[in-house]
Ligand binder design. Structure first.
Ligand SMILES: *Cc1c(COP(=O)(O)O)cnc(C)c1O
Length: 371
């Protein structure tokens, strides 16, 4: 089956014959006198039918053997990192979702895990950073917020030669545009809060593993004891979101492509970061591993921080808000979001391009850039 069909028909119609999935809110199931599992489920923190259905759909869409859904993207990523052995090394691409950087800083030292940040577009730098004790290579592609493109197949090849596993945060691309497991990655991580949910109204996360092995099973054990399980209602909403993901992504990509062209030609814009922009670093890799450029872009505004804040304060239709992947267009001054030691350039604005008519978005940006 093709991904669009999988998204709609996996795991298939429920036993009750209802075409639209039901929501099962029960926190507990009747069991036998010695805790015999009679109905496939026992306690909601372990798993529940809506979470299990969502996981089946996510695994199929990514071409993975198993998926584990969590209460947030952070909980998903944290569960994967929790399985790493003490004293190992983790190599991250340096343009990394800021809370994963914070998580590594907060939790790695006591476990004597070393976080190494490199430019993973430079495969030689990766080769140099890979050591015998490197347990994981982790990157986003496209990355947040600079839309760097990492060659999934090349990085996976190098990492595997060194006996290291590869995790790709595919939040920006979704499985509709890019399937990292097909290209050699071992894990895909998603914030379901973004495109997968798609309507800015749920929080969730997932790890999808290429193989169903002890390491993948450990994700469920970690989820059970740390309690980061996704709620049934949120699982139901994400499953619903996935059914329209391919149409929404088409429209997000179309609008973002139009905006990227418009912004590239504007004299108040210094740089546009968008994967399919012609002549940009990584364009060839992006075109090879992604079906389209995605709905995210960032721009560096002439005048640095003052210029960026001027634009952010002048937009009328586009909302100043964090997060991404919803139907409405959002803009944010990333450095302001990243706390006291921001890594994003002060002139950078990140845009999550929504599903409005592109003409209206251009009109709004055009007047906002006239500062
Ligand atoms: C939002 C985001 C996360 C974190 O997900 P939450 O659902 O907010 O916990 C991780 N990675 C990327 C690339 C994100 O954009």
């Amino acid at each position: 089956m093709k991904p669009e069909t999988i998204a709609i028909h996996t795991p298939g119609i429920g036993r009750d014959g209802a075409v639209a999935a039901s929501i099962q809110l029960s926190t507990t199931w009747q069991h036998g006198p010695a805790y015999e599992n009679l109905h496939g489920f026992t306690y909601v923190r372990d798993t529940n039918p809506n979470v299990a259905d969502l996981e089946a759909r996510l695994a199929a869409m990514e071409g993975g053997a198993v998926a584990a859904a969590f209460a947030s993207g952070m909980a998903a990523g944290a569960a994967l990192l929790a399985g790493l052995p003490e004293g190992c090394r983790v190599i991250f691409h340096h343009d990394l979702y800021h809370d994963f950087r914070n998580l590594a800083a907060a939790t790695f030292p006591v476990r004597k895990i070393e976080a190494v940040f490199i430019d993973m577009t430079d495969l030689e730098a990766l080769g140099d950073a890979l050591t015998d004790n490197t347990a994981l290579v982790w990157f986003e592609t496209p990355s947040n917020p600079k839309l760097d493109i990492i060659d999934i197949a090349a990085v996976s090849r190098l990492a595997h030669e060194a006996g290291t596993q590869v995790a790709v945060d595919g939040t920006f691309a979704t499985p509709v545009l890019q399937r990292p497991l097909d290209l050699g990655a071992d894990y895909v991580i998603h914030s379901l809060t973004k495109y997968m949910g798609g309507h800015s109204d749920i929080q969730g996360g997932a790890v999808i593993a290429r193989e169903d092995n002890d390491a993948a099973r450990a994700l469920f054990a970690t989820r059970k004891v740390t309690g980061g399980v996704l709620s049934p209602f949120n699982a139901w909403l994400v499953s619903r979101g996935l059914q329209t993901l391919h149409c929404r992504m088409e429209a997000h990509c179309r609008n973002a492509g139009v905006l990227a062209e418009f912004l590239s030609a504007h004299d108040r814009v210094e740089t546009v970061h968008y994967p399919f922009l012609s002549g940009r670093a990584g364009e060839d890799i992006a075109r090879a591993q992604m079906k389209a450029g995605g709905g995210m872009l960032s721009v560096e505004i002439v005048g640095g921080r003052d210029g960026a804040l001027a634009v952010a304060s002048r937009v009328k239709l586009i909302l100043n808000a964090t997060s991404l992947g919803g139907v409405e267009s959002l803009i944010e001054h990333r450095a302001s979001v990243e706390g006291p030691t921001p890594r994003s350039p002060q002139g950078l604005l990140r845009l999550s391009v929504g599903l409005e008519n592109a003409d209206d978005l251009i009109e709004d940006l055009d007047q906002a850039l006239d500062f």
